[in-house]
Design a protein around this ligand. Sequence first.
Ligand SMILES: [Zn+2]
Ligand SMILES: [Zn+2]
Length: 303
Amino acid sequence: MKLEVTILGSSSATPVYNRNPTSQLLNCNEKFYLIDCGEGTQQQLIRFGFKANKIDYIFISHLHGDHYFGLIGLLSSLHLNGRIKPIKIFAPNALQEILALQFKHSETFLRYPIEFTAIEATESVLIYENADVKVETVVLNHRIPCTGFKFSQKPRMRKLIVEKLEEDNIGIEYYPLLKRGADLNLPGGKIILNKDYTTDPTLPKVYAYCSDTLFEGRYFASIQNCDLLYHEATFLHEMLDRANQTHHTTALQAAQVALITNAKKLLIGHFSSRYKALLPLLEEAKTVFQNTELALEGITYEI
Ligand SMILES: [Zn+2]
Ligand SMILES: [Zn+2]
């Protein structure tokens, strides 16, 4: 089952050097989850060949503009383009008020319903699940309430060795039981052992998204053992004082988070406008955690 993330925006506060404010598109089994929606997100979707109408879930980490100023535009375009199916939004409660005010004064009456779930940045909780994935919040420490999101794939069913099943004339009516891991007791007394006719499913993967935060231990427990950890890395470590003042993280600290939480791979982003070249941030992170990559716009990272 597919789990991959495409970076739509990798910049922090302002768009600069062709980099856009934060947004990511997670594809889980061909369902699309938008994570943050900075200004320019809908143009980025078009640029990289994604249909905005395929997005059914939007997660907003916090109400700094670089994480949601693209939302009203995106929601309006979906309306103008004839969307009728609902969209789920998970965000701080105040966003409802902000959206309502913007729609009120533009006399916009959406054709599709918004199903809004208010998020509180107090404790890590499950906010959504379906057959493919469950989503939990990660409580971060930023200047205003802020949560990251952890997407965990649901365990998959066992894989059938179809040629062998056909060879031994085992009817397809037994396939669902075998997929679930059961042994079979066929009429006539023949025993079919599951392990002879199935193989292990691919392991479920975990993706965690940590947007703006101060480096501190409180959220580490909720992001243990991720297959891919996205973590903001706004500054180089020589700017640690600035990072602490603004409740952000340095590239070195992001790498420390990956190391401490036993991530398999780290993706760093939310780059400050002071850095035209990003290689120094990558090199700094790699001194602590080798398997690090830059979150580059338009690139899709398999999880
Ligand atoms: Zn930000
Ligand atoms: Zn912020």
